[in-house]
Ligand binder design. Structure first.
Ligand code: C2E
Ligand code: MG
Ligand code: MG
Ligand code: MG
Length: 285
C-alpha cells in the first residue's frame, strides 16, 4: 500500500488517488504547471548557537502548496523532480529566492540552501551559483550550500574541484544528514567542507539509546579535529538538547528552537520561534 511504499499518508487523505503509480504520475504531471503557477514557497528554520546565544542562520526548505490538494511534502516530490529534470528549474528558483530573501533576514545570519545530488552534477553548477550570487547581490559569506555525502560521491574528483571553487567564492558547504550516507570518511580529508549536520536519526534516539550519544560525541570530536562546525538537526525536546550538549554539541536546529516558517515571519527580526529558541538557548546555557 501507499504507506508501505513510503509516500506518507496520501492514500489515506486522498482515497480517490489510491495507487502509488497514479500518485507518482499525478506529481510528475503537476510539477511543471505548479512551477508556472507559483505554487512553491520557501520556509525558513533557525539554527541556534548556544555559545553565541542567538540564531546564526536559517535553512531554506521548499514548500509546495497545491491549490486543491494542499501541502505536498518535499520528500514526495523532490525525488520525482530529480527523475524528470524539473529539479533544474526548481533548484535554480530555490537558490535565487533564498539568496534574494537573505536581505530580509538578520544580516548576521547566513542562509542555508539544500542542493540536490542531480543539481550538483549539472554542467556549470558553479557558474549558475556565481550568476545567482551576482544577480541577487548576496554576500557569498552569508550563503551555505547543504549537500549529502551521496551527492558529493557521485564523481569525487569533480566534487572536490567544485567545493574548492565554491569555497574560493566565499560560500560555505555543509554535509547534510551526516552519518547516514557514506562510511568511508576519506573525502573529509580532501574536500573543502565547513560543517557537519548530525542526522536527525541520532538526535531522535539520543535519549533512549546510549550508542546514539556515542555517535554524536564522535562526530563532534571529528568536526573539532577537522576544524569544521557541527550542528544537530531535528532537536525536539529539552532532554535531547541537554544530552547533545553533554556530547559536546552546541549548535541546534529543530522544532524545540523553531519550526520552519514563511519569510515574513522568519524575517521579522523577532521571529517568534527564533526568539523563543534564543530564550531557550539562554536557559540551557
Ligand atoms: P533536510 O535538508 O535534512 O531538512 C530537514 C528536515 O527536517 C525538514 O523537512 C525539516 O522541516 C525537518 N525538521 C526540522 N526540525 C525538525 C524536528 O525537530 N523534528 C522533525 N521530525 N523534523 C524536523 P522537510 O522540510 O519536509 O524537508 C525534507 C527534506 O527534503 C530535506 O531534508 C531535504 O533533503 C529536502 N528538501 C527540502 N527543501 C529542499 C529544497 O529546497 N531543495 C532540495 N533539493 N531539497 C529540499
Ligand atoms: Mg538540509
Ligand atoms: Mg538535514
Ligand atoms: Mg535530514
Amino acid at each position: 500500500n501507499a504507506r508501505a511504499a513510503g509516500i506518507g499518508n496520501w492514500a489515506v487523505f486522498h482515497p480517490e488517488i489510491g495507487k502509488v503509480a497514479d500518485y507518482r504520475q499525478w506529481i510528475e504531471a503537476e510539477l511543471h504547471p505548479a512551477f508556472e503557477r507559483g505554487d512553491f514557497d520557501l520556509y525558513y528554520q533557525p539554527q541556534i548557537d548556544l555559545m553565541k546565544g542567538r540564531t546564526v542562520g536559517y535553512e531554506a526548505l521548499i514548500r509546495w502548496k497545491h491549490p486543491e490538494r494542499g501541502m505536498i511534502p518535499p520528500m514526495e516530490f523532490i525525488p520525482i523532480a530529480e527523475e524528470t529534470g524539473m529539479i533544474g528549474p526548481i533548484g535554480a528558483w530555490v537558490l535565487r529566492k533564498a539568496c534574494a530573501d537573505a536581505r530580509h533576514l538578520p544580516d548576521d545570519c547566513f542562509v542555508a540552501v539544500n542542493i540536490s545530488a542531480v543539481q550538483f552534477v549539472t554542467r556549470d553548477f558553479v557558474g549558475m551559483v556565481g550568476d545567482i550570487v551576482r544577480e541577487t547581490g548576496i554576500d557569498p559569506r552569508r550563503l551555505e550550500l547543504e549537500l549529502t555525502e551521496t551527492a558529493m560521491m557521485q564523481d569525487r574528483g569533480r566534487a572536490e574541484a567544485i567545493l574548492k571553487q565554491l569555497t574560493a567564492m566565499g560560500i560555505s558547504v555543509a554535509v547534510d544528514d551526516f552519518g547516514t550516507g557514506y562510511s568511508n570518511l576519506s573525502y573529509l580529508v580532501d574536500f573543502s567542507i565547513h560543517k557537519l549536520k548530525i542526522d536527525r536519526s541520532f538526535v531522535s534516539r539520543i535519549d533512549t539509546d546510549q550508542n546514539s550519544g556515542a555517535v554524536v560525541s564522535t562526530i563532534v570530536g571529528l568536526s573539532r579535529a577537522l576544524g569544521v562546525h557541527a550542528i544537530a538537526e531535528g532537536v525536539e525536546t529539552e532532554n535531547q538538547a541537554t544530552l547533545l550538549r553533554a556530547a559536546g554539541c552546541d549548535v541546534f536546529q529543530g522544532f524545540l528552537f523553531g519550526h520552519p516558517a514563511p519569510l515574513k515571519i522568519a524575517g521579522g527580526q523577532l521571529h517568534p520561534t527564533a526568539a523563543a529558541g534564543t530564550a531557550k538557548a539562554a536557559s540551557l546555557h
